[in-house]
Design a protein around this ligand. Structure first.
Ligand SMILES: [Zn+2]
Ligand SMILES: [Zn+2]
Length: 381
């Protein structure tokens, strides 16, 4: 089989041919990969880490469990190729089933993990597909626990299904954890304004989920520096107000967001899929009384603001990581019920051998929506 591997962080990715197809572990499976999404985290992993703030860097090699060489890729969809001899599943998973793989296994043994809330696990070391073990930039991938495989309906196209375990799920989590807040804001204030920062891989999902899960009268604004990304949102999702923030100062962006907001007083909920200092400042200065800020971008911003502001404006800050396994199943059900939610999601498909150039396009901001690699050695998967 083929795979693309990071041997040494920062050095060119290597394409390997004629690697042996792995064996299924006892409790797991081998999935023949059909498509694998390319995430910013794959870029971070290839580079060796990411900026925390003020020149500090999080290095993967300093974290227990992370290793190189390693095949990146954690947005996997494919077909079950082989099953371990003790692989048991709640359902009736069988060879040939189309599945997505939940890639964030964590410890797989604490109470949170066993109940499907893996993203609340605080045991170390964690276990992630494409970072602590070989991932989906390959024709086949090992999933160590079969219970993390989720089948999905034919109505979800395979390249879109591949995006569910990370970009789809993280965006879903960001929106899902705001549902009760938006409802109560609507009740208290009579209206609610939600702003999505960043219409990239996550933001495209985020806007669609916000429209689907929040009350229909919720105002949704989407900001981005790329007109094409905003066009992809507004042409597909009803009643979204686009704001192009290219070449604007922070203060100009704040003013535009505030004056666009339904109350004229600011924003109730920010979904920040960028995570830069600039987006934080715009978010924080745009928030209205009792405003809430969800951050899930990892682009390395630094937050510095007066704590009294938080008290006086009753600001709530909420970090969003990937979603839980329970949410992945909920997300698949939502898309099964409402296939139109992802019908026009922008994405591009590239051959596995182009993994390196796709990473560069992502770094250069040239990808609209998600870039997805086609794997699996044939075109019929
Ligand atoms: Zn990811
Ligand atoms: Zn755990």
């Amino acid at each position: 089989m083929r795979c693309v591997r990071v041997d040494v962080p920062g050095e060119p990715l290597k394409l390997h041919y004629n690697e042996p197809i792995p064996e299924a572990p006892d409790a797991g499976a081998v999935v023949k990969v059909s498509y694998c999404g390319v995430c910013h985290t794959d870029v971070h992993f290839w580079e060796g880490g990411y900026t925390l703030s003020k020149g500090q860097t999080m290095r993967y090699l300093d974290r227990p469990g992370f290793k190189y060489p390693c095949v990146p890729g954690h947005e996997v969809c494919g077909v079950v190729f082989s099953l371990g001899k003790n692989a048991t599943n709640d359902g009736d998973l069988k060879l040939g089933d189309k599945v997505v793989a939940y890639p964030w296994f964590y410890c797989n043994s604490c109470r949170a993990c066993l109940n499907g809330y893996n993203n609340s696990c605080d045991e170390v070391p964690p276990s992630y597909l494409g970072m602590t073990q070989d991932g989906g930039f390959a024709d086949y991938v090992v999933v160590p626990y079969v219970r993390y495989l989720v089948t999905f309906p034919m109505s979800i196209p395979l390249p879109i299904a591949s995006q569910l375990p990370c970009s789809g799920l993280t965006a879903f989590n960001a929106v899902d954890e705001g549902v009760e807040f938006v409802k109560s804001t609507m009740e208290i204030k009579g209206n609610c304004c939600v702003v999505v920062f960043g219409a990239g891989g996550l933001g495209q999902w985020g806007v669609r989920f916000a429209r689907a899960l929040y009350p229909p009268e919720t105002q949704i604004i989407c900001t981005d520096v790329k007109q094409e990304s905003l066009d992809a949102v507004t042409s597909d999702v009803k009643d979204v107000v686009p704001i192009l923030t290219r070449n604007q100062t922070t203060e100009e962006s704040v003013q535009r967001v505030k004056t666009t907001s339904v109350s004229g007083k600011g924003v109730d909920l920010v979904l920040d899929f960028v995570g830069l200092s600039e987006t934080f400042i715009v978010a924080k200065n745009s928030l209205r009384m009792l405003g809430r800020y969800h951050v899930c971008g990892l682009l390395g911003g630094q937050a510095d603001f007066p704590l009294p502001d938080m008290v006086l404006h009753r600001i709530q800050m909420h970090g969003i990581k990937i979603g839980s396994f329970v949410q992945l199943k909920k997300l698949v059900k939502l898309l099964e019920k409402t296939p139109s939610l992802c019908a026009n999601l922008p994405y591009s498909v590239h051959p596995l051998v182009d993994a390196q150039s796709v990473m560069h396009q992502l770094i250069d901001g040239k990808v609209t929506g998600r870039a997805v690699l086609r794997c699996g050695e044939s075109d019929d998967c």
